[in-house]
Ligand binder design. Sequence first.
Ligand SMILES: Nc1ncnc2c1ncn2[C@@H]1O[C@H](COP(=O)(O)OP(=O)(O)OP(=O)(O)O)[C@@H](O)[C@H]1O
Ligand SMILES: [Mg+2]
Length: 309
Amino acid sequence: MIVTVTMNPAIDKTVEIGKFEYSGLNRIKSSISDAGGKGINVSKTIKHLGGQTTATGLMGGNSGKIIENAMRELDIPSDFVWVEGETRTNMKVLDADGNVTELNEPGPVIQKEAVDTLLEKLEKLAGPDTFFVLAGSIPAGVDSGIYGTIIERVKKKGAKVFLDADGELFTKALAAGPDYIKPNRFELEQYFSFEGHATDLELVEMGRKMQAKGIGTVAVSLGGEGALFVLEDTALKAPGLKVEAHSTVGAGDAMVAALSYGIDSGFDIQKCIRLGMATSAGAVTTIGTKPPTKELVEELMKQVELIEL
Ligand SMILES: Nc1ncnc2c1ncn2[C@@H]1O[C@H](COP(=O)(O)OP(=O)(O)OP(=O)(O)O)[C@@H](O)[C@H]1O
Ligand SMILES: [Mg+2]
């Protein structure tokens, strides 16, 4: 079973207006709201691919209820720890000039008790058949070492962990030895304080250094250029698939979702990679963070090329 953990969920609201009136009245022409946050997006994509997941994490207030309802409608079981305060609403304002103005709420400040309750919940869910996906940022009040703590606790019970985070959150979690990570080029170069644009082989070298520290598979996503996969005994490059890009937001989440689904289903690693490449390329053809259809994913899987490095 795949359990996604979203510490900092959000309602992603996209509104369309006419010309932007600074300091004036802006009437909204259309408005779309989606349940968001990286872990939740991963759950939605897994569901689309035909997999099963439970979404957990921290949730608050009326917007939390809206997200919970949206998950119910998508038939995704959710099991959140409820906190005081209101889960974030992040608004993207699209104006007639094509500009996007973002207005993001801060979200609730989390009390230690809520984090402890979440840790207990995750430990209860953990077992040899549980695959955790830890993805995205954390809200105020939560220690940046939280992902490391979660990894340690659930790995003790035999669970596997896929980590997708950046900055301090990423760095601190690595010591706990996640089984899978998916930094993008920038996150990996930043971690190694690498100056300039690393070559494929330099990126593989960085992946190997991470494995030497106890991390399992390292997937390095390269946006439109595709991705690299540093496996136990080999490294593979999958060049980016040629698709019409509409929105690259959430491409990384789609990759994480598809890899997790493939691994948890017991597919061989090459099939997991094909699925990851196809699902993430499919995701950029849709607007916002909407997952691609299964048909498109199947079509794109045939186009994935794997090159040994
Ligand atoms: N323009 C594109 N064309 C084709 N595929 C793409 C494109 N952009 C992204 N992808 C696919 O999506 C994967 C993940 O993209 P990217 O490296 O941008 O992730 P990310 O930076 O982690 O994104 P996120 O903002 O979701 O965290 C890539 O490895 C690639 O397979
Ligand atoms: Mg990312």
